[in-house]
Ligand binder design. Structure first.
Ligand SMILES: Nc1ncnc2c1ncn2[C@@H]1O[C@H](COP(=O)(O)OP(=O)(O)O)[C@@H](O)[C@H]1O
Ligand SMILES: [Mg+2]
Length: 380
């Protein structure tokens, strides 16, 4: 018996947790060393004192007495995280577990110091707040960069557009100037035939109309989309080829189409056409750069697992393996500074993946060329 008591005494004094025993009136009857260490008091300073001394205020002590103490007295165990007051005045977080003992006359409290953990959590919360502020400001910076990028992209596209318009206009302009020279010559030698003049004038009119039509085509093509529409890849391809085919033909590129899918997609039409245009222009650049003799581009549409695909397949030499995962990066270009901006594919990826919820990828194909694959969800 004596031995057992000694053991308990030993455990009580050397336990890693704080132990506090109070009576029904909350007078402190016993406490161990660990508890003293937690709250910073000496044994003599606490023994026989009212437990109020441990609380951060009398109000908080009364509340604890009414709620926590009574819960324990009614034979319920209690386990909560609570704030005590250290002897030095500052608050300390503890985990406190209570049990009623000795015929409900006394309460045994087991207390562990969780101050470090709570402080850490509070510190973490503060850090989180500053982190959020930092993230917000970084997001703003990125947005601004994005805006500038789009602006540069637009400028680059406008340059390409002017280049394409000049291609389209060359033929009708030549024909107008040829006709006017012819008419001038006739007038000069006084050979004036009204019927012939009217015929020639109507030729000029046709050419002028052609000029105006191409400008309208371009205006529509480069209009900024506000709303998504239901369309399909065949439409997109045909409209894009209408604009760029003369340039490709001029570069001796043979373009074929293979439409296996007519499924609907729901997308920003003009933006998607610009993506196709970017890819076709890149292929043209590659053909010229690599000096390829037989130049083929195939545009192939198909559907699989609720997705519509457009593959743009060239035989222009392909993309170096080490560049395959870089070509979609901003400003990545293998062209000289006058020919390349490195924006086309990066903008295209944004359009397809962010604006249209699809995927744009590139691989090298077995025709010694590159294949660009646009994947968009089918609209039912
Ligand atoms: N069809 C292609 N064949 C070979 N390389 C390509 C092809 N398309 C794109 N690339 C490579 O991807 C790079 C990035 O293209 P892009 O973003 O349009 O910028 P840019 O055309 O201004 O260089 C090109 O510089 C080129 O090296
Ligand atoms: Mg490009």
């Amino acid at each position: 018996m004596k031995n057992k008591e000694k053991w308990f005494e030993h455990i009580f004094n050397n336990s890693g947790v704080g132990i506090l025993i109070v009576d029904k009136n909350r007078t402190i009857l016993e406490l161990n060393k660990t508890f003293c260490d937690i709250v910073g008091y000496k044994y003599e300073e606490l023994i026989k004192k009212h437990a109020r001394i441990l609380h951060i205020s009398d109000e908080s002590s009364d509340k604890f007495g009414k709620i926590a103490f009574n819960t324990v007295l009614e034979n319920n165990t209690l386990d909560l995280e609570y704030k005590f007051r250290h002897k030095n005045g500052y608050p300390i977080w503890i985990k406190i577990t209570g049990d009623v003992i000795r015929d409900k006359q006394e309460v045994l409290w087991i207390i562990t110091n969780i101050n470090k953990r709570v402080m850490f959590q509070e510190e973490l919360a503060k850090l989180n707040d500053t982190l959020n502020i930092k993230i917000d400001s970084q997001v703003k910076v990125l947005r601004e960069k994005d805006r500038q990028l789009q602006y540069q992209g637009r400028l680059a596209q406008m340059g390409e557009m002017l280049n394409m318009i000049s291609h389209q206009w060359r033929q009708p302009l030549t024909s107008i100037s040829a006709t006017t020279s012819f008419l001038q010559a006739k007038l000069f030698i006084n050979e004036f035939n009204q019927e012939e003049f009217l015929e020639e004038l109507s030729l000029i009119e046709d050419s002028a109309e052609h000029l105006s039509n191409t400008i309208n085509d371009f205006r529509n093509f480069f209009k900024v989309d506000k709303q998504k529409v239901i369309t399909n890849f065949k439409n997109i391809v045909e409209n894009t080829l209408k604009i760029i085919k003369p340039i490709l033909t001029n570069s001796h590129i043979n373009v074929t189409t293979n439409f296996e899918s007519h499924d609907n997609i729901y997308t920003l039409e003009n933006e998607l056409r610009q993506v196709v245009l970017n890819i076709l222009k890149n292929a043209e650049d590659a053909f010229i750069e690599n000096d390829i003799k037989n130049r083929d581009i195939e545009l192939h549409t198909f559907s699989k697992n609720n997705f519509a695909y457009l593959e743009i397949i060239d035989n222009a030499g392909g993309i170096k393996d080490e560049n395959l995962n870089k070509i979609f990066n901003t400003y990545f270009t293998t062209k000289s500074s006058t020919n390349g901006t490195g924006l086309g594919l990066c903008m295209s990826k944004t359009i397809i993946e962010d604006n249209c919820k699809g995927k744009l990828t590139a691989i090298n194909n077995k025709n010694n060329g590159a294949t660009f694959i646009i994947k968009l969800p089918i609209k039912k």
